[in-house]
Design a protein. Structure first.
Length: 319
């Protein structure tokens, strides 16, 4: 199962005991994956569609627990795509109308499709109801990428007004959700790992949150190790390049000028470098008698390089 599916499965098993939260979650389901049908006699019914059996069961349970209404479930199989879709159906007008009134999608005296208001702010005033609303929104139209590959959380809406309301609810928890147009849909999304951890906490998907945190910790550790290895490799390359240049300069001085006219302390450093081509400056300084510090040996080798450059210039001038 994908990580997104695990989140949906965890949320499907989480039903708030408070009726107002159940109504808020149901409002998200109806608004994002529901269809409200009015016939020519202005009698309405509700269908909530999903491709996930656990989500269908969640909707069925919510309606039964909140309104004591029994619903029908239809199952449609697509053999070509090897998929199954479910529809939770409230057939009776009286039952459907009661649900629409409770979710504030329709007023007490309004009984036609033109006056339906999705996502009324009246059902998501409290923080707990906002959490429940986002749980429903994710189960209805949300998805997440595998955190081992990338960080991406999104909820897809068909209407810009619905996307803006979801973004507003997410932002009320201090998260910077954004909206992007994708073909005929509007996508509310989060892309930072820390914000996705926070949204899972908001929706109370604590098991998925812990799994995501473990992935983030492993990623950060791996990145930290890679940074240190790259830094150490760069330092080693720098040290090796410097040592090669020093040996070239010392060899040039020895073969052209000779060590007879070079101060003894520089000759000592030159011989130490030739005898220890792979040693660091610190290690090189410790081979001398008496030992010399890192800055001291570096100063001597730099003097030798300057003398070699001067000798090359003089040789070049003679040529």
């Amino acid at each position: 199962m994908s990580f997104s599916g695990k989140v949906r499965e965890e949320l499907a098993g989480n039903i708030s005991p408070a009726r107002h939260c159940q109504i808020a979650e149901l409002a998200a389901f109806i608004g994002l994956c529901g269809t409200i049908v009015f016939n020519r006699f202005d009698r309405c019914s509700i269908k909530i569609h999903t491709e996930n059996f656990l989500v269908a069961r969640k909707v069925f349970t919510l309606i039964e627990k909140t309104f004591n209404i029994r619903t029908d479930i239809s199952v449609r199989r697509n053999i070509a795509k090897q998929s199954v879709s479910y529809a939770v159906i409230v057939q009776r007008h009286e039952d459907a109308f009661r649900i629409l009134q409770a979710t504030k999608m329709i007023g007490e005296y309004k009984e036609n499709a033109d006056e339906i208001q999705p996502f009324s702010p009246l059902v998501i005033q409290q923080t707990c109801c906002k959490r429940a609303f986002l749980r429903g929104a994710y189960q209805a139209a949300g998805s997440m990428s595998d955190p081992k590959k990338s960080y991406h959380f999104e909820i897809v809406c068909s209407l810009s007004e619905a996307a803006e309301k979801i973004r507003e609810v997410i932002s009320s928890f201090g998260l910077e959700a954004k909206i992007v147009r994708r073909k005929n849909s509007y996508v509310v999304y989060l892309k930072e790992g820390s914000q996705i951890v926070d949204i899972l906490n908001v929706m109370e998907a604590h098991v998925a949150l812990m799994e995501l945190e473990n992935v983030r910790i492993l990623k950060e550790m791996r990145n930290s190790v890679n940074r240190k290895v790259n830094c150490e490799t760069a330092n080693i390359n720098k040290t090796v390049s410097a040592a090669v240049k020093q040996i070239e300069d010392i060899t040039y001085l020895r073969d052209t000028v000779g060590f007879d006219h070079i101060p003894d302390n520089l000759v000592e450093a030159a011989i130490a470098r030739l005898d220890n081509p792979d040693a660091t400056l610190k290690e090189l300084g410790e081979t001398l008698d008496p030992p010399v510090g890192k800055s001291g040996i570096n100063h001597r080798l730099r003097r030798l390089s300057e003398m070699a450059d001067k000798a090359r210039q003089e040789q070049g001038g003679l040529l």
